[in-house]
Design a protein around this ligand. Structure first.
Ligand code: ATP
Ligand code: MG
Length: 305
């Protein structure tokens, strides 16, 4: 029985009477890497802020670790990276981490700080003042601060934003390692869908503050199937011919007349069968529905854009 680590019900946040998050129902199981996706302004950061206790919900409930969100419990078991790192610009990387470690009451501050700086690849910049960090280095510091105290749940709002390709790869393997070795649950937002696809075990798709769909990576994979796209002026005769000669049942005639044939059918056999039945074929080709296509359709177009 999977254990739910995070749950929201009817979660709302209004800014000046306008909903930024609108009756959001979200559920994250223990050990998941939950890809939280949506267009700019969909409400991802606002949701993260409420989950982290940094913004007060206008309505609704948040449950963390099976209990209502409370400050003390949240602070202890949560690691958060949202937009700005919240680091003191005049202090060094190391000093900022030490302060956070002290605030968490960590026993061996020095070792803990050293470990997280190594994990995010900042060990050589430990003495640099935060205001002198590059964008990617600031992001890494934010991640280091989130990792202090070995949290059970990580909330990461665009953690790879501004990172170089190597940094993106390092973050990817760090997150996979945290999940595999320490059973950490991770909620991560990103606009890099291809990158997310490499690590996410499930997804929550947000549109105008509302959850459009929660789907596991396995379910998604089954939906994004390989298919043969067939263009013909007589789609229904084509379908009948395919059923009769090739015994194909798993196909779809789209409103525009294109026929999508799923399964293991061979395009050459399809062409031959249609030629034999005298059905004209304007085009035929093998396709795979991309993750991006699937997500973009669900994320939709902003009504007021
Ligand atoms: N402090 C604020 N005051 C007023 N409106 C806000 C505030 N913060 C966010 N909003 C509005 O709430 C909506 C959701 O914003 P949010 O930052 O949560 O989106 P997002 O999904 O994180 O977008 P992005 O992908 O650009 O980071 C937007 O319309 C935004 O303008
Ligand atoms: Mg955001």
């Amino acid at each position: 029985m999977p254990q739910t680590i995070l749950r929201t019900a009817g979660l709302c946040k209004n800014y000046r009477g306008r909903p930024a998050v609108d009756h959001l129902d979200m559920q994250v199981e223990k050990g998941a890497i939950y890809g939280f996706i949506g267009r700019n302004g969909a409400g991802k950061s606002t949701t993260f802020k409420m989950l982290a206790g940094l913004a007060r919900p206008s309505a609704g409930q948040i449950e963390l670790f099976g209990q209502p969100l409370t400050e003390a419990a949240a602070r202890r078991r949560l690691g958060v990276l949202i937009e700005d790192t919240g680091a003191y610009p005049g202090l060094s990387v190391q000093e900022n981490c030490r302060l956070k470690a002290a605030a968490l009451g960590l026993e061996d501050e020095k070792t803990a700080v050293q470990r997280v700086l190594e994990e995010v690849g900042l060990q050589d910049s430990a003495r640099k003042a935060c205001k002198q960090l590059s964008m990617g280095q600031r992001r890494r510091l934010g991640l280091a601060l989130a990792l202090l105290g070995s949290p059970d749940l990580l909330l990461l709002d665009e953690p790879t934003n501004g990172l170089d390709p190597e940094g993106i790869r390092e973050v990817r393997s760090l997150l996979l390692r945290l999940q595999a070795e320490r059973g950490v649950t991770i909620v991560i937002s990103s606009h890099l869908l291809g990158e997310l696809e490499k690590i996410a075990t499930c997804y929550g798709i947000l549109r105008a503050g509302h959850m459009v769909q929660q789907i596991t990576a396995a379910e998604l994979d089954a939906r994004c199937r390989d298919y043969i796209a067939l263009q013909t002026s007589e789609p229904h005769r084509a379908a009948a011919a395919l059923e009769e000669t090739l015994k194909l049942r798993d196909y779809e005639v789209l409103p525009g007349g294109e026929v999508h044939i799923f399964g293991t059918a061979d395009p050459a056999a399809v062409t031959a069968a249609l030629a034999g039945a005298g059905v004209p074929v304007q085009g035929i080709g093998a396709h795979r529905q991309e993750l991006e296509e699937y997500f973009l359709a669900l994320m939709g177009v902003e009504e007021d854009a």
